[in-house]
Design a protein around this ligand. Structure first.
Ligand code: NAD
Length: 478
């Protein structure tokens, strides 16, 4: 772990195995099993580093973040390979783009560090009334396993640019990339400005969220755990932001059918991450005029996908993170069958062959007549999409919004009025039109409803999430 600029083990001397998803149960590393006293050491280190870090001229923080961006770029291939090993995400389709995005996030927040600034009121010649945007203090960041580097990139550079110090808790299933990132960052930051602890949610995550020395909790993970995190932070009214789950709709109009639609739908469904993404467009609503054609093309394209070793350049889709998640997705496939959904592609786990050596699932496409099925309501977090036909735009918008989640949505239409009026009616914090990827450093990112609280990735997110406002009113002698 990284605490106060030092690489340390857990205080109790305990270690935890890290396994790779591509080989069932194969241990590839051991990491410290951090507990409350390790979290406490890390928070103390972050508190100790805070006064000097916040007092720096913003250009000093800017330079440090820029150097980290350079270091991430220099080590991009290493970080990408480690991501593939750690998460099971395919190197070519997911891990490399993610490592590149991480560098862009550091560079973006280096660039906007000078925007942490206040305003002056026109209060008369004998008054100076102004606001200062001040850092919150110590930020406790809790990460999930699905895209650890990217999500660290949503939190760390934004918090540091605004003058906070950070303690990160890596996910127990994917801590390796975060530990390597911590080493790279430590070369360019004063000791204690960034600290990383490893450990389970109960043993390390909960003590971090509950720690009185943590001023802000920035959590990304499931809605279920997010609610517990919010309650814990509320005990001392700590600031909290939550990036949680999603059950995201994709609405295809006849005018949206073009040569790029199918690849866009695959990207939006996040098959490159085995569907293990909060923004996965897993409910695909196809207009009935194009339903059969688009469904056919989708299945045809997915049949060409290569599932296998995440480190293999030929692989499009890697492995599910662990046994528990694998069983959970298989359970949803069973539920789909029991509820009478039709599997047009896939529908069950491979029973034999090399794919059974890891937690591999092949892509599944199911069809359903409407929204009232478990697979249309619950976050499966696997390579599964359910396709539903629609005819009336009011109906499809109602079905799309009929969920307690509200993270992302996708609209496919080249009729500007149709596309944008639909986008505006969707209850989601991020709507994409005619594209499935498209996330950029600087865009506003966050969920509606039970998909989250607060925004990230953007200048807006940095100011709202990592600063507090002080008003100063001064009487001047004339
Ligand atoms: P999770 O909620 O199980 O765990 C997330 C993190 O919280 C892990 O580090 C875990 O150790 C920790 N944790 C668990 N219990 C805790 C507790 N009581 N107190 C503090 N920390 C605790 O989620 P996961 O399985 O790692 O990730 C998948 C989930 O994350 C999905 O629901 C997905 O949609 C969501 N997610 C959301 C976003 C987003 O930006 N909205 C991005 C990625 C993933």
């Amino acid at each position: 772990m990284l605490v106060g600029g030092e690489r340390v083990g857990a205080a109790a001397g305990e270690w935890a195995d890290v396994t790779t998803p591509s080989r069932r149960g194969q241990v590839v590393a051991r990491v410290p099993r951090g507990r409350a006293e390790d979290v406490d050491r890390a928070v103390r280190a972050a508190r100790a580093a805070f006064p000097a870090w916040r007092a720096q001229h913003f250009t000093v923080r800017q330079r440090a973040l820029g150097r980290i961006a350079d270091a991430v770029e220099e080590h991009q291939e290493e970080l990408a390979r480690l991501t593939a090993l750690d998460t099971g995400n395919a190197l070519r389709t997911q891990a490399r783009p993610e490592a590149a995005f991480l560098a862009a996030l550091f560079r973006y927040f280096a660039g906007v560090a000078g925007e942490v600034k206040g305003t002056v009121l026109p209060a008369g010649d004998d008054q100076l009334q102004y606001t200062r945007l001040e850092p919150l203090g110590v930020v406790g960041g809790v990460l999930p396993w699905n895209s650890p580097l990217m999500i660290a990139g949503f939190k760390v550079p934004a918090a540091l640019a605004a003058g906070n110090t950070v303690v990160l808790k890596a996910a127990e299933d994917a801590p390796l990339t975060i530990l390597r990132l911590a080493e790279l960052c430590a070369e360019h930051l004063p000791p204690g400005v960034l600290n990383v602890v490893t450990g389970t949610g109960e043993e390390a995550g909960a003590p971090l969220v509950a720690h009185p020395g943590v001023d802000k909790v920035s959590f990304t993970g499931s809605t279920e755990v997010g609610k517990r995190v919010a309650v814990s932070a509320a005990e001392r009214l700590a600031h909290v932001s939550l990036e949680l789950g999603g059950k995201n709709p994709s609405i295809v109009f006849p005018s949206g059918v073009d040569d790029q639609l199918v690849d866009g739908l695959l990207l939006s469904a996040r098959f490159s991450r085995q569907g293990q993404s909060c923004t996965a467009g897993s409910r695909v609503f196809l207009h009935e005029d194009v339903h059969d054609e688009v469904l056919g093309r989708l299945v045809e394209r997915l049949r060409t996908w290569t599932v296998g070793d995440p480190l293999d350049e030929a692989t499009d889709m890697g492995a599910i993170i662990n046994e528990q998640q694998f069983s959970s997705v298989c359970g949803y496939l069973d539920a789909g069958r029991e509820e009478g959904l039709t599997a047009v592609l896939g529908g069950s786990a491979p029973a034999e062959g090399p794919l059974t050596e890891g937690y591999y699932l092949t892509p599944t496409v199911l069809t359903a007549p409407g929204n009232d099925f478990r697979l249309m309501r619950e976050e499966v977090f696997g390579p599964v999409v359910v396709v539903v036909p629609w005819r009336d735009v009011d109906d499809v918008v109602r079905m799309a919004n009929d969920t307690h989640y509200g993270l992302a949505a996708y609209v496919w239409s080249h009729d500007l009025d149709e596309a944008l009026t639909t986008a505006h009616r969707l209850e989601a914090g991020w709507v994409q039109v005619n594209q499935g990827g498209g996330q950029v450093a600087g865009q506003s990112y966050g969920g509606y409803k039970q998909s989250g609280l607060g925004r990230e990735v953007s200048l807006e997110g940095m100011l709202a999430g990592f600063t507090q406002t002080k008003q100063v009113n001064v009487r001047l002698r004339s």
